[in-house]
Design a protein around this ligand. Sequence first.
Ligand SMILES: [Cu+2]
Length: 698
Amino acid sequence: MRKTILAIALASLSLSVQSADSSSVLPTITISAAPDTSELDSSKLTAASAADLFSEGSVAFSSAGGISALPSLNGLADDRIRIRVDGREVTSACGNHMNPPLSYVDPQQVSRIDVIAGVTPVNLGGDSIAGTITVNTTEPVFAKASDQLRKEGSLSLAAHSIDHGYSAALGGSVASDRLSLGYYASWRAADSYKDGNGDKVLDTLYKARNQSLTLGAQGEGNRFVFRVGEQKVPYQGFPNQFMDMVDNHAVFASLSYAGDFNWGKLNTRLYWQDTKHEMGFFTPEKVGVMPMNTHGVDLGYEIKADIPLSEVHLVRVGNEYHRLRLDDWWPPVTGSMMMGPNTFWNINNGERDRFVLYGEFESRWDEKWTSVLGLREEFVRMNTGTVQPYNPMVSMMNQDPTYAAAFNATDRSKHDNNLDLSALARYQPDSTAIYEFGFARKSRSPNLYERYTWGRNTMDMMMIGWFGDANGYVGNPDLKPEVANTVSASATWKAADAKAWEFKLAPHFSYVQDFIDVDPLGTYHPYNIATVTRALLRFANHDARLWGIDMRGKMTVWNSNHYGRGQLKGSLAWTRGERTDGSDLYHIMPLNGSVGIEQMVNAWTNSVELQVIDSKTNVDLQRYEPVTDRYALVNLRTSYQMNNNVNLTFGIRNLFDKQYDLPLGGVSIAALKAAGIGPLLSLPGPGRSFDAGLNIKF
Ligand SMILES: [Cu+2]
């Protein structure tokens, strides 16, 4: 939701959006609402983080740090979504999920986003129940002929008034027709933003740097892409967490190969990421002392073969492996009885391995009918070593002596066999209508934090949770995988001239067995403020159901020489979720919609957009989820494109400087700490921001 930094799109604007991943040849069945290329190009111009690239309403985001918002698809968030960035699967290496997969993507480098909600073909699914988001960054480009050298570069600069945010990005590539080398770097930083009342929203500042090198090679029917990169986040405030990020350093590498053979297509990939994450305090806007460290290593591979059997049928088989190793430890604080003298071991050598096999049968029966049937088996193996509290004596005073010992005495090795299946059909009677429908059973095993965090002291529990809600959480080794049974459909109608109008409608329903929710253990008062009460909770399985509908459309409303082309766009998303034993599910985005008009005339693109978000009244009382009020925002944007090389953009977000609370923003812990008295309020969204950006290609 938060759009903090205006940035100008980089080199990828000029590149063809071609994916090395075979998703482009996969079934065209996509019960989804991914931004199309033109939407992506225009939203990149105002994006602070990858979160800002998703089309209105298709994916909601829970607030976290400025570049670390957590996505939510049809009411299911974060780890419930399978997220792949250039094919890499990265796990949040933090008890607050401060470094989720999308936080590693610089928005300006994104060339393509695909969102598949609910019913996912099994080759794109796995270890998720909500759906799949795939993000591809800039692909290698090659010269057209062997005697050519293709060189291109770009520079972009952007600034925002609301948080004094800026971003700068530099990219360049050199390529022959066989080899391509590209480099990309970006910097961005912002102060804490102001809300509509002009008050600073404490602890929303951040700074980040990304760089990557891409080497591509191609020959007859073969293509290799090697990527290496790093991200450094020197600081990132988390207004709705007790802790802040004081350092995050990740390095990654991946090698992918795509080949055409006489028997079919082969896609393989090997990837690795090493993440070192430190939490603590860095700003007077939220002070404290408590070092916490995390080290996560993701390693995986993917092998996928598409084998056509006939004109009609195609078999797809795949094998994947994903391995996570995670340490999470809290060094002692000198002189502190509570936080010493030992290191607190939250997760010691956590292991989570997934071994995957799948098969898919795709049939293009005729011009009108396509179907995909798939079966996917994941064997998940998890384990962790023994743990240790800060101080056994203090633990004893807090009736905690047994927790570490009891945890260490149990058999912590867990195995899950997760069987997924999906069946999808697509019917396209003619060029003006597409109907898709499907059923899927999808599973997700608990993450390491859900299964293995063990500390039951209030402070231990306050440190765990990615919900931005000030509640405390503890893991549960007995958790079962959650299994969603989803039916979903979509209907798309469009004019014979597709530019004239298009309308899409997509309802969905899921019944989730053993949904990973919480059971109450007790309550506490954050910072010992007696007027503020929050829950202490343990992860637990409860059945749940979710349902909703997503609608979007666009139509050309005028087309003239004088006024250019005018397009009306709209979207509406509504989701409900409840536990079968009664309560409303947590963090469900209320009814929301948008209406906008975009005018393209000569070199100008002008737009005005109205976003309306209904009040959130269906809340999880067990977690003290706040209700939020209805609000509407108006955004303006104009951009001027000079002969394909220079783009200038100017925008105003939240034109009327409206004060509002973010429905998925959680609570302002930083503000509570600064005030020292209650109440604990919802996190406000940003006020009016004047944004400007410049992109130069050379
Ligand atoms: Cu963290």
